[in-house]
Design a protein. Structure first.
Length: 175
């Protein structure tokens, strides 16, 4: 059933609002997937904080205008599902990568990250971007390492002195 003008405006406004707050986006061809498979994709995406929507290309072009995903508008051809990562930049790529492994008909055609259109072959690189918590833990480990090495170095000097004195004592007792 075709959408009326008010419904089209609502779809454009909804997708535009999500696109403005998203970190990354993916456009994928879903031709050949069943309704149950699309429902499974939506459930996985919802759990990962990813917004998934099938939108007509003309409406998607209007929704993506004046966002950092405007670079995707030239590639919007054919039946596509749009997915936006709202929690972290790699979440949408991880969901798409896992889903594509299980379903051969699902093919990523474009990836947008920080206003740049990336090739579908770069899906693995985007999927490996750490989450916020992972990035914080890596930063903390990097900041902690020099202090930890410094304290272990300072601790080694008296430890070595004690071991040397003990070795001298053992040598005198043995003689």
């Amino acid at each position: 059933m075709p959408l009326n003008f008010a419904q089209k405006e609502a779809v454009v406004a909804e997708v535009s609002e999500v696109a403005r707050s998203a970190y990354s986006a993916i456009g994928a061809e879903y031709r050949g997937l069943t309704v149950a498979e699309m429902t499974a994709l939506r459930l996985k995406a919802r759990d990962a904080g990813v917004y998934v929507r099938v939108v007509k290309n003309t409406l998607a072009k209007r929704a993506l205008a004046d966002t950092e995903f405007e670079c995707m508008t030239d590639s919007l051809t054919g039946p596509l599902v749009l997915a936006f990562g709202r929690d972290d930049p790699g979440s949408v790529a991880r969901v798409a990568k896992d889903f594509a492994k299980e379903h051969g008909h699902f093919q990523v055609r474009m990836i947008a990250l920080s206003g740049q259109l990336l090739q579908p072959s770069e899906l693995d690189k985007v999927a490996k971007i750490p989450t916020y918590d992972e990035a914080i833990s890596l930063l903390m480990a990097t900041m902690k390492a020099p202090a930890q090495k410094l304290t272990s170095t300072f601790n080694e000097v008296p430890g070595k002195l004690v071991r040397t004195i003990a070795a001298v004592r053992d040598a005198k007792e043995a003689a």
